[in-house]
Design a binder for this molecule. Structure first.
Ligand code: MN
Ligand code: MN
Length: 265
């Protein structure tokens, strides 16, 4: 019921490339003999059973890659499966989530991130990894967006958040008891830089003052709504140490899969 799909793309990163190498390394971490495929709620991470690994997308150069991503996700949705995506930089979440937005009358996106990613454009690029949620909310006003872990809000992104009615929980506001009071089907987008860099050195943008791995797991485990899909993005193997962050990404992939299964109706 879950399709695991790698999107090895990092050409919309504003600072460093490397995230395109992530899917392969996260898969290796998932299968590493140093751990196992257990999920905390007891769901079996059963490759070939509950979870089907669809491999990595081969993408064309240029803007057409976004349509290729959306088409692949629409294929997964139309086969009745949930998508669990291995990024890639965060720009890929726009073409991924627009497929889910087109398929769901109501959709609540929960974004874990140090950054709001709401720029109208960055460095002249409207499809930068700093912009995906601005593009989504322009195109799909029915999407509700909750952001958690933000610690880089600036006046432009605050203006965008106000304009789109985004619910923002900044790190300085947490803990917020109603943080996951959400309605309807959910899509979870997990940018690894939501973690404190101490927990995840393999990312491109270090923003100190973030969550622990357990903080984020606890928030994911609290979500009881049906989950239509999820992504884990911004893992950058070129910055990692001893695959530490690959193991964190793999842990999130397993726990997201477990939550998708647990919440499925
Ligand atoms: Mn992001
Ligand atoms: Mn980020």
């Amino acid at each position: 019921m879950i399709s695991l799909l790698g999107i090895p793309y990092d050409s919309s990163s504003s600072f460093l490339t490397g995230a395109a190498q992530a899917p392969e390394r996260i898969r290796a971490a998932l299968l590493s003999p140093s751990s196992n495929l257990s999920i905390e709620n007891g769901t079996l991470f059963d490759l070939g059973g509950v979870i089907r690994d669809e491999g990595d997308l081969t993408l064309s150069e240029g803007p057409v890659h976004r349509d290729e991503i959306t088409t692949a996700i629409k294929g997964i949705i139309s086969s009745g499966r949930k998508s669990l995506v291995l990024g890639g930089d965060h720009s890929i979440s726009y073409p991924v989530i627009r497929a889910h937005a087109a398929a769901n009358e109501k959709l609540h996106v929960v974004q874990f991130d140090a950054h709001p990613d709401l720029y109208d454009e960055l460095d002249g690029d409207r499809y930068s990894h700093a912009c995906p949620f601005a593009r989504l909310l322009e195109e799909f006003p029915h999407i509700e967006l909750t952001q958690i872990g933000i610690r880089t809000m600036n006046p432009h992104c605050q203006m965008q958040a106000d304009r789109f009615g985004v619910r923002v929980f900044e790190m300085r506001d947490l803990p917020a008891p109603s943080v996951l009071d959400i309605k309807g089907p959910v899509y979870i987008s997990l940018d690894l830089d939501v973690l404190d860099p101490a927990f995840a050195p393999g990312i491109s943008h270090y923003e100190p003052g973030g969550f622990s791995v357990r903080d984020v797991l606890s928030l994911i485990h609290q979500i009881s709504n049906p989950i239509v899909g999820a992504d884990v993005v911004e893992y950058n193997p070129t910055r990692d140490r001893h695959d530490q962050t690959a193991m964190v990404a793999a842990k999130f992939v397993k726990e997201l899969a477990g939550q998708i299964v647990q919440n499925a109706v």
